[in-house]
Design a protein around this ligand. Sequence first.
Ligand SMILES: O=C(O)CCC(=O)C(=O)O
Ligand SMILES: [Fe+2]
Length: 206
Amino acid sequence: MELFDNAINPDINLLPKDGIVNYYGKIFSTTEADNYKNIFLYHIEWKNDTAVIFGKLITTKRKVAWYGDQKFEYRYSNVARQALPWTDELLQLKNIIEEKTGETYNSCLMNLYHNGEEGVGWHSDGEPDLKEDGAIASLSFGAERKFVFKHKLSKEMVPILLEHGSLLVMKSATQRYWLHRLPPVKTIKDARVNLTFRTIVRESEN
Ligand SMILES: O=C(O)CCC(=O)C(=O)O
Ligand SMILES: [Fe+2]
């Protein structure tokens, strides 16, 4: 048991206003988390991510993969993607976090950061295909990384350390009022795999 373990309480809202972020800490043992990390590193169809920025198609160093209940056509940063069917491990994790968070999810966007030089810039997950104010559950495996929220108007910052085998949930108005990012840290050499479970709806259902 680590010194600060008892300070982690998933019922505490880490945001001071305009949204809800709950950190559950490590929900898996190191052995279980190592297993998931290795399975995902080697058995996921990772692809370089592309985005349209100022009308130009760019490719990111970070890799992504998209899984879901059905063959969702999903638009993310203006690029259309298609979800692959759930793997056994992803379905297992989906069930575990649905039980823990009391929410349901129908898709998962995965990110692979090969080392600390890779990260993701300021954004919010407010694509029109996502359920409005729906919960997003984020699982982390591998290198411990800092994750930061920034309020869109007041610019307040809230940093959180995402540990190996940990669960973070963003819900309610969070995506409307807060940006988030994973800053690059050059000294980190290990890979990190992140899974964000989400709910996709057709735009007309929102
Ligand atoms: O890697 C992370 O923890 C966050 C990734 C993220 O924000 C996203 O995929 O939208
Ligand atoms: Fe995000």
